[in-house]
Write a protein that binds this ligand. Structure first.
Ligand SMILES: [Zn+2]
Length: 358
């Protein structure tokens, strides 16, 4: 996810903040200012940072529980609607995901109970309802945590309730279908909440609904891709019928090759058959407009293209292709021979077919 700043690293997990989190800081600070002037604004921001710490503790509930099942968490992102700990994978058993999803709310519940006990010992009878940024510090912190607890158990991604729902569904119908249904349910709930927010003039709730809607869609798409590609290697994902083009060929020849078939990207080879780069359709068009059709493929091609080994796993191969910035990567065996071409189009087709079968 873009738009984030990294704050630091704890126990192998990077702590990141999404920039929209600061909308909440501003909103909260302004609410404090309206109630108590500058000191009210400072108090409200201190409250937010205390809350921030509580959210992190909640996230580390998930992270530590995930660690017990051997699932690492590369990063945790703080969003205006709370934190999202991005687990490296979904645990194999739905029961494990259920426990991981519940570990965060369990921490938040513990925070609420501790704060409640502290307040009760201090002779205050705390109320759980109402959100008032200018209220007494501990009581407000407890209320916000209670609100977060309830909100987090809402059964929609990316909230924990969504994961609980998915785990319960997945134990009956498998991960892909469970995720799909949980995501649809979450998106439908977000649309209802968003319409309600717009009709009653609650901008923050509308923003939250938007996040829930996007989060549910992203989660469903990521899981579907992962499930559909499970167990595949680059050798099963690559195109094996393709044309190469010699590095000394002219762009006019490249155009002929481009127009004669479906292939859009061509591995560029030298006299010995070694791959020197990839010639994309964009390379051809740009090369022709800048240097003319009689210039060579070598001048127009994209160089420094990472090669993929046929044994590379699905997720790694997909990530390498996406991060390379070119639409196709050469697949090379150990002897350095070109054995295939990895293209996003082909992977998309392959996943569609695999998905249709399940
Ligand atoms: Zn959580």
């Amino acid at each position: 996810m873009g738009w984030t700043i990294t704050l630091g690293r704890v126990a192998g997990t990077e702590i990141k903040v999404h920039l929209t989190f600061f909308i909440l800081v501003v909103f909260w600070g302004m609410a404090g200012y309206q109630q108590g002037g500058p000191s009210g604004a400072v108090a409200a921001c201190l409250m937010l940072f205390a809350l921030f710490a509580c959210v992190l503790l909640h996230e580390f509930g998930h992270i530590l529980m995930a660690g017990r099942f051997g699932v690492r968490t590369p990063d945790v992102i703080l969003l205006p609607i709370g934190g999202v700990a991005r687990l490296e994978r979904i645990p194999d058993e739905p029961r494990q995901e259920l426990l991981i999803a519940l570990a965060g709310p369990a921490v938040t519940l513990a925070i609420v109970v501790v704060l409640y006990a502290l307040l009760a010992l201090g002779g205050v009878t705390p109320r759980l309802g109402g959100l008032d940024p200018g209220g007494p510090f501990l009581e407000t912190l407890m209320r916000v945590n209670f609100f977060l607890l309830v909100f987090n158990l809402f059964p929609a991604f990316p909230m924990d309730g969504g994961r609980v729902l998915r785990a319960l569904l997945a134990s009956r119908m498998g991960l892909a279908s469970g995720t799909r249904i949980a995501a649809r349910f979450g998106q439908a709930s977000a649309v209802v909440a968003g319409l309600f927010a717009l009709s009653t003039g609650l901008p923050l709730l509308a923003l939250v609904s938007l996040f829930v809607f996007l989060g549910a869609g992203a989660e469903a798409a990521a899981v579907e891709t992962r499930v559909a590609g499970e167990g595949l290697t680059a050798s099963q994902m690559m195109v094996t019928h393709f044309r190469t083009i010699p590095i000394h060929a002219t762009l006019a020849e490249a155009v002929e090759l481009l127009l004669s078939g479906e292939q859009r990207e061509f591995p560029v080879v030298d006299n010995t058959g070694r791959v020197e780069g990839i010639l994309t359709r964009d390379n051809i068009i740009k090369g022709i407009s800048q240097r003319g059709p009689s210039s060579t493929v070598g001048e127009a091609m994209t160089t420094q293209v990472p090669a993929v080994s046929p044994q590379l796993g699905f997720q790694e191969a997909l990530e390498r292709l996406r991060s390379s910035g070119v639409p196709a990567l050469p697949v090379m065996d150990e002897a350095g021979r070109l054995v295939g071409l990895l293209t996003l189009d082909n992977i998309t087709d392959l996943l569609l077919v695999r998905r249709a079968r399940t």
